[in-house]
Every structure is written in C-alpha cells, then in structure tokens.
Ligand binder design. Structure first.
Ligand code: AHM
Ligand code: MG
Length: 314
C-alpha cells in the first residue's frame, strides 16, 4: 500500500513538500490522540481567552496550535507559521532562513467538540518572498491561492484522514493504526459534476445578500441536490469533494465579507477543490485570484462542483 511518500514523486514540488506534509501527518496523529483523551484530561471547554477574531478559544484550539507549531519547527524547513489562533506571524527562530511558510487553522469547527462531532485541521504552504537572509515577515504570507505550493486538511472523524495536493491532483490518505502509517485510500479524488448536496447554515438565509436565498432554491432544484450541514468546514468540504454539490458561506447583512478566513480556510480548500476538478469562487472572483491584504481577512465562499457553483454566482 502506498503511503504519504507518494507525494514525493508528484510534480515539481512534491519532494520538497514531503517533509512538511509528513510533519502535518505527525501533528494529526498527536492531535487525534489528544482529542480522544480530552474528556479524561479535562481539556474540553473554553480556554477563557479570545483569539484575534474575538472568538472564544477552546482549550483544544490552543493545544492543537502548539502541537502543530512544534511539528512544523521539527521539520527544519519552515521559517514561520501563520495561525488562525495567533494574532501575529509566528517566526521559528531556529530556522529563519528556511524557504517555506505554513498557514494553518489548527482545529477548525471546534464548536463541534462539545458534541463529539468531527473537526479538522486545514493548512497551506507558500514560499517566502523575502530573502532567506532576512527574518520572515507577515507580508510573506499574503500570497494568492495561485501561488500556493501545497494545501490540505486533516479530518478527525471515525477514521483519521489526511487529504492533500502538491498541484498534481488530490489524494486522500487514511491513518492505519496497525502500522502507524497514513496509507493511500483515495487516490486522485475528482469531484462529481452532478448530484450531491448543498451545505450551508440556512438559518442565515434571510440575511444573505445578492438574492442568494432565491439562487440557492433554484440551484438545488436544477442540480437535484440534497442537503447536509455538519458545521465543521473540513467535514462539509470532504463530503462535497467525494459526493459533489456545493458548500457555501455567503456574505450576509451582519458579515458583509462572510465568515470564513481567506488564508486559513478559503484558499486551502479552494486550491483542493480546483485540483479535484471543481470550482472555488467568492461571488466576485475566483478564490485563488484574491490577493490577501491581511492575515485574518474573511471572504464569502462558494466551493464545489462547477455547475452548482456557477448557478449560485452568475
Ligand atoms: P472556526 O474556525 O472558529 O471553527 O469557525 C469556522 C467554522 C467552519 O468549520 C464552519 O464551516 C463554520 O465555522 C460554521 O459556521 P456557523 O456555525 O456560522 O454555521
Ligand atoms: Mg476555522
């Protein structure tokens, strides 16, 4: 059975990305173990702090962030990490001359923790723009999705899965506890172009802008879509990739730029969707064309099968 090593043979960047993606795999195994034991270690619940977005941090958000950062440091190839849980760029002092920066949402969907629901980790990797002799700075992370070199997610569900791309399609790997390896379980994932589900927090529909509620009624009818919503982006995107349809988090009258973060959520998931033959759009432009202006910027997202996304944005 092929393992994560498959990535090393993919495209121009596979071999270079390999140690970093293996680091993501190690972080995933550690975070999964912490999640499994959380109720016994007293690490469920609020940390009592807010992140830069003003959201309550869960203890597991903070623990996952620490684990991920430690594993990125241990690769020796990452000079800095931009995390949804950290206000500023975290420079890895031991490796300031390394080539790569990683953007991460260490524990996405953490409101699902209280109900033992699925959660995930989302990441992307970009090459620094500053010279290697300089200390990396925040603007090194502000790169459009078209310049992303690798991206992926970890799904903490009934199985532990790592789904990623280095620009040569999308592969899914499942952790095999009997040999402690991520094994290739879903080679070359292609999103179905018809059928599937729409996935959205429909309780916001009265506040959606641009007539989105009416458009959704029309698209779900013409595309014959069922409905599913976990409320954890990784689980909702994973289903969308495998079954087709569309995941959306539109702009609404309270959040005119949407809820989800460009760098930690929209770009990595948009990159994967496009690599799998789908479409990723903000309603104004392709997700991968948006040039980020700030680390914690938000955008509306429409991610899924081409016809379903086009039906919503046109
Ligand atoms: P988080 O990064 O703070 O966990 O928030 C992101 C999550 C996504 O996983 C999910 O798609 C979305 O928020 C759900 O939002 P809502 O509860 O408004 O439906
Ligand atoms: Mg998130």
């Amino acid at each position: 059975m092929e393992t994560l090593n498959r990535i090393a043979g993919q495209g121009a960047n596979g071999a270079t990305m390999m140690p970093i993606i293996q680091g993501v795999g190690r972080a995933a195994i550690e975070i999964a173990a912490v999640l499994r034991g959380a109720v016994f270690r007293g690490v469920l619940g609020a940390q009592g702090t807010e992140n830069v977005q003003g959201e309550q941090q869960q203890k597991l958000d903070v623990l996952s962030d620490e684990i991920f950062l430690d594993e990125m440091r241990s690769t020796g190839h990452v000079c800095a990490v931009g995390s949804e849980e950290q206000e500023d760029l975290l420079v890895i002092d031991e490796y300031t001359s390394a080539d790569w920066l990683v953007l991460v949402d260490p524990l996405d969907g953490s409101s699902n923790l209280d109900i033992c629901g699925p959660v995930g980790t989302i990441f992307s990797i970009v090459k620094r723009k500053t010279a290697n002799s300089e200390r990396p700075i925040e603007s090194d992370t502000l790169q459009a999705g078209v310049d992303v070199v690798a991206a992926g997610y970890v799904l903490y569900g009934p199985s532990l899965m790592l789904v990623c791309s280095v620009g040569e399609g999308v592969d899914g790997f499942t952790y095999n506890p009997s040999n402690a390896r991520f094994e290739l379980s879903h080679p070359d994932i292609r999103i179905p172009q018809s059928g599937g589900y729409y996935s959205v927090n429909e309780s916001n529909s009265a506040q959606w802008l641009h007539g989105m509620a009416d458009r959704l009624v029309s698209v779900r009818h013409t595309q014959k879509l069922g409905m599913r919503y976990v409320g954890a982006m990784v689980a909702d995107i994973h289903r969308t990739l495998l079954k087709g349809g569309v995941f959306l988090y539109p702009a609404d009258s309270k959040n005119e730029t949407g809820k989800l973060r460009l760098l930690y959520e929209a770009i990595p998931m948009g990159y994967l969707l496009e690599q799998a033959g789908g479409k990723a759009h903000t309603g104004d432009m392709p997700v991968l064309d948006v040039v980020p202006e700030a680390l914690h910027q938000r955008v509306p997202v429409y991610l899924g099968s081409v016809a379903a996304v086009e039906g919503l944005i046109s």
